[in-house]
Design a binder for this molecule. Structure first.
Ligand code: ZN
Length: 329
């Protein structure tokens, strides 16, 4: 391995609701040198110990990591002046509320830049660098799995603001005759409450991958999925929507059929209101797409966050506001 390549190695942590995926490398494909995963479970301290130990072992093997990137499920505190910067905040996930996930990494890897953002902004950044959002400065990245989240870019900057977008928790029109109460502990029938994996399982009485293709739960899930995508298109005017996460694989229905049906439902709900070649029947095949990095979108996103942090400035090592380590570009 060349010296130049060793210098570019970063550590990546994709913190998901089901598993933590860790990697080292400098990008997708052959640039991803090693990866491992640990179940998220309900013991954050144990998982974070495993993650830091794995990264330290890889560092011993491959040379010093030049930066770390953490792309996490949320909600997160991304305010660098806040005493709880680097924390997962109000998640309903058992054991994980108010958990400092950047702190243990900062302690284990003192002095190196750490990029920190939502899993979906991270995955979006990865797709922008290497995948389905290349050349696009306005796009949305959605993940639908244990939860439902969205991030992306506007005018070439990752979406941040008051906190970060929480696209999964927008309200969604009720389809006539559907009395499902949803699964979100905060809102019941928000987008996540209607379309996440646990929502499909609760509605259908068995997990999504086991459902026959003609099960009515697919029909409703696809309709609600499309309502959310129409809302996002109306609000953010993205040039593309990348739909990742496990639900889009759609088990026995299949990913290709799932996307076809989501696009058709999107077109029907949009009803021709926004006029763009991207929103025609042919255009939608390129407008609503799966991640090109596939299941590595998240961890490649964490690599991209690490690289952005390295480019943007030194690590934030204490409570003082230092140079930005999270804003990219
Ligand atoms: Zn909600």
């Amino acid at each position: 391995m060349s010296v130049a390549r060793q210098e570019s190695i970063v550590g990546a942590v994709e913190a998901g609701g089901t598993k933590f995926v860790c990697a080292i490398g400098s990008g997708p494909g052959a640039q991803l040198l090693d990866r491992a995963q640990f179940p998220t479970g309900d013991d954050p301290a144990g998982v974070l110990r495993n993650v830091t130990a794995w990264l330290q072992e890889r560092q011993a093997e491959h040379g010093a990591l030049t930066a770390l990137g953490v792309a996490s499920f949320g909600p997160l505190d991304l305010d660098e002046s806040s005493p709880t910067y680097g924390f997962i905040t109000s998640t309903p996930k058992a054991g994980w509320a108010n958990t400092d996930i950047v702190g243990p990494l900062r302690a284990a890897f003192p002095g190196i830049p750490i990029g920190f953002d939502t899993d979906v902004n991270g995955a979006g950044l990865g797709e922008w660098r290497w995948g389905a959002a290349q050349g696009l400065d306005d796009f949305v990245y959605i993940t639908v799995g244990t939860g439902l989240g969205g991030g992306g870019m506007a005018r070439g900057k990752l979406l941040h603001g008051l906190v970060h977008p929480e696209m999964g928790h927008m309200g969604i029109t009720r389809i006539a005759g559907d009395d499902f109460e949803g699964v979100c502990p905060f809102h019941g029938r928000c987008w996540e409450g209607l379309c996440s994996g646990p929502a499909i399982e609760k509605r259908a009485g068995r997990p999504a991958p086991d459902l026959p293709p003609d099960h009515p739960a697919w029909d409703l899930t696809i309709q609600y999925m499309a309502y959310g995508l129409v809302n996002l298109t109306c609000v953010l005017s993205p040039r593309r929507i990348i739909l990742g996460g496990s639900v889009r694989k759609a088990g026995r229905l299949g990913e290709a059929r799932f996307f076809e049906r989501v696009r058709a439902a999107f077109r029907s709900i949009m009803a021709g209101y926004i006029v763009s070649p991207a929103l025609t029947e042919a255009g939608l095949a390129e407008f609503i797409v799966p991640p090109r990095l596939g299941d590595n979108a998240g961890v490649c996103g964490a690599i991209a966050l690490a690289q952005a942090a390295r480019k943007n400035g030194p690590a934030r090592r204490d409570g003082n506001k230092s140079k930005n380590t999270r804003k990219t570009r």
